[in-house]
Design a protein around this ligand. Sequence first.
Ligand code: HEC
Length: 188
Amino acid sequence: MLRRAEIAVCWALGFGLLAQAFAAAADEREPISLPPEVKERFMTEMRGHMGNLDDILAALAEGDFAEAANVAEIHMDFGHSMWSTMMEQGMSAEQILAAKKQMRAKGMGMGQGQGQGMGHGMGQGMGRFMTEDFRSMGATFHEAATAFATRARQAASPPTAADYKETTEVLQAVTSTCRACHDSFRVE
Ligand code: HEC
């Protein structure tokens, strides 16, 4: 009797694993076709976002909310490849944010993701390879990053428990856009 029960358990486990394997094989994410060099740039940018998120968390853990806001505004907002390049060229966060404000006032510096075709959004014009849905998810991501920066800048010094709680909430709105996009799209 015991043997039979054991066999039944083995079958059940086997079917369970098989069902899981099928579920994993059915990749329903929408493919985005990119030329190889654009794909490489895109993936590098993505790994950069992982780093940005880590830098933001490190700054928050240090209680340096202004630095966390700088990371989001320079490396995650619309046109971030332009702001990031300025940083690589040695400009300070203050100088970059001032330049960004000036450009925005002239209706520039929003990146190509917005369809303005004049900036360097989606990493030097990657936007034209993306579908409308994909670009709009990218836009949600940039907006969430800006909302995070805005809240982080309102924090007291030293930050209060409410500052930590609310900043974490708006940061989670950022990571939920990372997650939503990864659940919906893949590149090929
Ligand atoms: C607008 C869509 C979108 C957003 C927003 C987005 N990603 Fe991605 N990301 C992708 C796609 C598409 C891939 C490629 C996935 C694939 O083909 O399997 C990717 C890949 C990655 C990779 C893998 C890179 C590699 O070299 O393998 C990392 C890491 C990553 N994203 C991190 C992030 C983080 C962190 C965020 C948020 C802070 C984020 N992404 C936001 C679309 C997005």
